[in-house]
Design a protein around this ligand. Structure first.
Ligand code: BES
Ligand code: MN
Ligand code: ZN
Length: 592
């Protein structure tokens, strides 16, 4: 008997089609390619307008569309297609799996679950019953396809005349999932068999549900759900033929049921929509996703969730007033003007116990500048991903706009710009002055991220926050040190390190703490300015973090996350959405 109510994901994921503000569009149309003079004639910052009327509901705006249409068309005439994101309803149910009806019944099995007794019959109760129901077919196919339950293995059977059209065996390896990462992996495997079968409904059942600890079931259910959504999602906005997602309904059997699980499943959907948004921002090329478009996307989050968000976007003139010389120097070569973006989350009711800031590197493209990226392995063609930190920031903002945690105020801050080459650009050797008055000799224009973050961190400290986390695709050295899937973290605060490590256990994202070795500051000294911006090849991620520390108030707890490796999945040739899940968890842990 089905007892649990379903959790609708549709509303959550559909919210990606955001309403847009005419005032904002007018403003961005002006600022997108207009010279500073035109900008200075206008107010140089704005707050998000009130929610739009019903006539605008359902009006679809896709990333890149509106600004490109309102201002100059994107270089190369590219417009992303409006592709529907996956809209899946997850339901936690207490039903007899053998009576479930639908397209594919996915049975997650460990290697042990496959063991048989002396009569060659499965010892596991679920497999035994299923095999019996299928007249031994399950046993046969497992043997024929050499399915041993190893993680990543799967086998699917088409079954005429059953309540479910297909049964799939999904290998879990030696044990049932005991971490968020493993649970997410199970969801991804289910997504891939459901995709191959073009299933519109699926059920997930564990052959040994008792293998999952009672207190881990909620986390497991949420991680399986988000793994399924994220596994199904393929960004085809820039392909002339987009792929359709068929899956609409997923039933989770044996992981409990009731309001608590339902709430977790809603959380998984809110989170997934944030991760998908983050991925889309990173996948968007630099000719489409300019700093102006990034600002517009951020502002759309604020207007969609206007009960909790306000947006402020600062143009060049306003940034000059705030003396952001370090950030503006990076932006100086580009025809696409910089946009300093600040979203503020305040919970309804206004009772705030904690104030946080999340700062993201937002280089919509990093050519290296005069120290241009050349040579094999420099990955210049991938440098659209250099706004991955900002994508994590806004992905988290989108998720939190839906989750609406109480008791916490969060500032989302991105100094967005492009690192290009032109006669107006900064030269190697130039001395720039940041908004805290410190001077920097730019000995390498390719170490631009830290220059933009310097002013963003000063701005964040001025918001009166207790804790700041910054995320940046900051150094190739961090990829050398930790490889492609682990982010480096740097913080003087053991407390903050613990908080992020606890959040990462729930998110399944990987981090490793590296030292802020003060003695390495020696290499960052300049003969003519307060510091240089690069200190040579050795310990390159550490000296970058030490540089950022110069711009953080000592009273504020601060952490720097170098996500240059995990921002991108080389195999899938696509963005990962890294950072979103951990940030959301961290904010929730700071809420009341
Ligand atoms: N965006 C890059 C870092 C990067 C490199 C991320 C490769 C992902 C893959 C950053 O702006 C950069 O260019 N850093 C330099 C610093 C150096 C000049 C000290 C680097 O890592 O080479
Ligand atoms: Mn660079
Ligand atoms: Zn960069």
């Amino acid at each position: 008997m089905a007892t649990a109510a379903s959790t609708s994901a549709a509303a959550v994921l559909a919210s990606r089609f955001l309403r847009r503000s005419p005032r904002l569009l007018r403003r961005l149309a002006l600022s997108s390619r207009a010279p500073p003079a035109a900008l200075s004639a206008r107010p140089s910052s704005f707050h998000c307008p009130a929610p739009l009327g019903p006539q605008q509901l359902g009006h679809r705006a896709r990333m890149g569309h509106s600004t490109a249409a309102a201002a100059a068309p994107a270089l190369g005439l590219t417009k992303p297609n409006a592709v529907e994101p996956p809209q899946i309803t997850f339901s936690a149910k207490d039903v007899e799996f053998s009576e479930w009806k639908g397209d594919i019944l996915a049975v997650a099995v460990t290697e042990k679950d496959l063991s048989k007794d002396s009569a060659s019959i499965f010892e596991n109760a679920v497999l035994k019953k299923l095999d019996n129901q299928l007249g031994g077919l399950l046993s046969e196919v497992a043997a024929e396809e050499d399915f041993t339950g190893k993680a990543g293995q799967s086998v699917v059977l088409r079954l005429p005349g059953q309540g479910f059209k297909r049964v799939g065996l999904i290998g879990l390896g030696q044990n049932a999932p005991s971490t968020a990462a493993a649970s997410r992996g199970l969801g991804e495997s289910v997504a891939s068999v459901a995709k191959a079968a073009q299933a519109s409904s699926a059920a997930i059942v564990l052959a040994s549900p008792s293998g999952i600890q009672e207190e881990f079931k909620l986390t497991a259910a949420a991680a399986i759900a988000s793994g399924t959504v994220l596994g199904l999602y393929e960004d085809s906005r820039y392909k002339s033929e987009s792929k359709k997602v068929h899956l609409k309904q997923v039933d989770l059997i044996g992981l409990g049921f009731g309001p608590e699980v339902d709430q977790k499943l809603k959380y998984a959907n809110d989170l997934s929509s944030g991760v998908i948004f983050g991925r889309e921002l990173v996948n968007s090329p630099a000719n489409v996703l300019t700093p102006a478009v990034l600002a517009e996307e951020a502002s759309k989050i604020a207007s969609t969730y206007s009960d909790v968000f306000t947006a402020t976007v600062l143009d060049v003139e306003k940034c000059k007033e705030l003396k952001m010389g370090s950030y503006l120097a990076v932006a100086a070569a580009s025809a696409n003007p910089p946009h300093f973006i600040h979203l503020c989350y305040k919970p309804a009711g206004g009772n705030v116990k904690r104030k946080l800031a999340i700062v993201g590197k937002g280089l919509t493209f990093d050519s290296g500048g005069y120290n241009i990226k050349t040579g094999p392995g420099c990955s210049i063609e991938l440098m659209k991903f250099d706004m991955g930190g900002s994508a994590a920031v806004f992905g988290a903002a989108k998720a939190l706009g839906q989750i609406k945690p109480p008791g916490v105020e969060v500032h989302f801050i991105v100094a967005a710009c492009e690192n290009m080459i032109s006669g107006t650009g900064m030269r190697p050797g130039d001395i720039v002055t940041a908004s805290n008055g410190k001077t920097i000799e730019v000995n390498n224009t390719d170490a631009e991220g830290r220059l933009t973050l310097a002013d963003a961190l000063v701005y964040a400290c001025n918001q009166g926050v207790e804790k700041i986390v910054d995320l940046a695709t900051l150094t190739g050295a961090c990829v050398v040190a930790l490889g492609p899937s682990i982010a480096g973290i740097f913080t003087p605060s053991d407390e903050l390190a613990k908080e992020i490590s606890a959040a990462s256990e729930v998110s399944g994202e990987k981090f490793w703490r590296l030292p802020l070795e003060e003695s390495y500051w020696e290499s960052m000294k300049s003969g003519v300015a307060d510091m240089v911006n690069t200190g040579g090849r050795q310990g390159g991620s550490i000296t970058a973090a030490l540089f950022l520390k110069q711009f953080v108030d000592e009273k504020v707890q601060w952490m720097h996350i170098d996500m240059a490796g995990p921002v991108w999945n080389d195999k899938k040739r696509a963005a990962t959405g890294f950072g979103v899940s951990t940030l959301v968890e961290w904010v929730l842990k700071n809420s009341s």
